[in-house]
Design a binder for this molecule. Structure first.
Ligand code: AKG
Length: 492
């Protein structure tokens, strides 16, 4: 015991340690601390070793100025909602080799899912339903990182049995390079009920619900078209997947160029409020958005710029999607000619797109089940996928009555997917038929670190709520004359 701290009042022995008092000198000691005091504010995440869309960067940050915690609102900058502090967070180009690794893992995973889900075993379809019912329906919905890793470890022995069966079935074959070639049907009307046809694309396909489908080719793309029915078996619309390839992707102004331009440009992508808006617990969308053209009013209020303000990359995508939309609708109409599809038959024509919604997905972002069923929307929706691969899933809504054909949870409220398809870099998807949006819903789950999607719609001015909206749509949705030189026909 030291007399610098404790006052022993002159005593040398018999000190009661439970009754010590501090000295006055110790209590009034005020020497300043001489060492370095570390900041308790964590640094803004990122920069070193980061390319810009890692999970750690999408979570938020502590403002270097005011010390408050903030959400990651903007795609390429940090912004403090408290005092307006802004810091540039421009992306590094997403490395080519990472994109290639993601694509390879994804292919392995999709191949395995196709086999596990017995996509090409017609007789196993009913077993599949039973299997899923007993599994409680959630077993293979979303794909974990672990699965991505495990599934990527595909070796020679892990070749998709169904795919190799297909060569025998005459629909497709593996060429000597091991890539798949599809036998393209020139005339859709040759195909009637397609229940037994081998499917090279889907990784889940409930053939009790989706019984009509066809292979097509459009320009340099191969495509697969699925026809979705209502409860009476009437076709209410189609989903067309345009599969890109390295040749298409590498063309000037093709998907590779579009992806790289979107990475560099600030097109205005941001997260918008999606839940308990305005409240301190407000939730933001999981992905980043920027609308172009007519305002698209859905659950989330997204900022919109006119097409006259849109960068070239957006207008090029718009023209590509116009072509895809028109091609898919033409093929749908050809296929359904002469078939009575009842009151919810898809229209034989599409309507020109006047809107494009750009979405940016960082690592772990996704878009949950939803529909594009707003009353102002035209019959066709077309989307272009760029960058990391993703999976698109369709399931019937409860009100469709299609529950009897799909497995459901014991509480009866959750339906199984009837269709799951991959969407890779450069692929396009077209949904046609407004009743699809009423009876089905879909989700998109990216499987990698950086993806963009560009989705076009027609927003019908006649169904808009006010004259102001109509005028706004007329101005913002007008496609600039100069951009017609970007028109796309599938070959360039
Ligand atoms: O990301 C996608 O490919 C689709 C986006 C989408 O679902 C939507 O814009 O409604």
């Amino acid at each position: 015991m030291c007399d610098k701290f404790f006052d022993f009042a002159g005593k040398k022995v018999a000190i009661d340690v439970n009754k010590l008092t501090y000295t006055k000198a110790f209590l009034s000691e005020r020497t300043q601390f001489q060492g370095d005091i570390p900041s308790l504010k964590p640094p803004i995440p990122g920069s070193e070793g980061c390319h810009g869309t890692e999970k750690v960067l999408r979570r938020g940050f502590v403002c270097a100025d005011c010390g408050c915690c903030n959400r990651r609102l903007f795609w390429n900058r940090w912004f403090c909602e408290n005092r307006g502090f802004t810091l540039d967070a421009t992306m590094q180009p997403y490395p080519d080799h990472v994109l290639e690794e993601e694509a390879a893992k994804f292919d392995g995973l999709m191949s395995r899912r196709r086999r596990q889900n017995a996509v090409n075993r017609g007789s196993a379809v009913s077993d599949l339903v039973e299997e899923a019912e007993s599994a409680g329906d959630t077993t293979d919905r979303s794909i974990s990182d672990k699965q991505m890793t495990e599934d990527s470890e595909v070796d020679e022995s892990d070749i998709d049995e169904d795919d190799s069966d297909m060569a025998g079935a005459g629909q497709s074959k593996k060429n000597t390079n091991g890539t798949l070639e599809s036998t393209v049907r020139e005339s859709p009307s040759e195909v009637a009920l397609d229940n037994g046809e081998v499917d090279l694309l889907a990784t889940r396909l409930n053939r009790k619900v989706i019984r009509l489908m066809q292979n097509l080719s459009f320009g340099r793309y191969t495509a697969r078209q699925y026809f979705l029915p209502d409860i009476d078996g009437n076709i209410i619309g189609s989903l067309t997947l345009f599969t890109s390839n390295p040749q298409i992707n590498a063309m000037a102004n093709g998907p590779n160029d579009l992806y790289r331009q979107l990475e560099l440009l600030d097109i205005g992508l941001r997260r918008n409020p999606a839940a308990i808006v305005g409240h301190k617990l407000e939730g933001l969308t999981r992905h980043f958005q920027q609308n172009f053209g007519a305002r698209y009013k859905f659950g989330v209020s997204v900022q919109s710029k006119g097409f006259d303000e849109a960068p070239e990359v957006i207008l090029r995508a718009l023209h590509r999607l116009r072509w895809a939309g028109q091609s898919a609708v033409k093929a749908t109409t050809q296929m359904l000619t002469g078939r009575d599809c009842g009151p919810n038959a898809p229209p034989t024509e599409t309507k020109d797109f006047n809107e494009l919604l750009a979405l940016g997905f960082m690592e772990d972002d996704r878009i949950n089940y939803h529909d594009d069923g707003e009353k102002e929307l035209g019959p066709t929706v077309a989307a272009l996928s760029l960058g990391s691969p993703s999976v698109m899933r369709f399931r019937p809504k409860i009100k469709s009555g299609l529950g009897e054909f799909v497995a459901k949870r014991s509480n009866g409220k959750f339906f199984m997917d009837v269709l799951e398809v991959p969407m890779k870099h450069g692929d396009m998807m077209v949904m046609h038929g407004p009743a699809i949006q009423q009876l089905y819903e879909y989700a998109v789950e990216p499987m990698g670190g950086r993806r963009f999607s560009l989705t076009c719609r027609h927003i019908d001015p006649e169904k808009m709520a006010s004259d102001e909206d109509r005028q706004d749509a007329a101005v913002k949705g007008a496609i600039p004359e100069y951009s017609h030189s970007f028109a796309y026909n599938g070959d360039i």
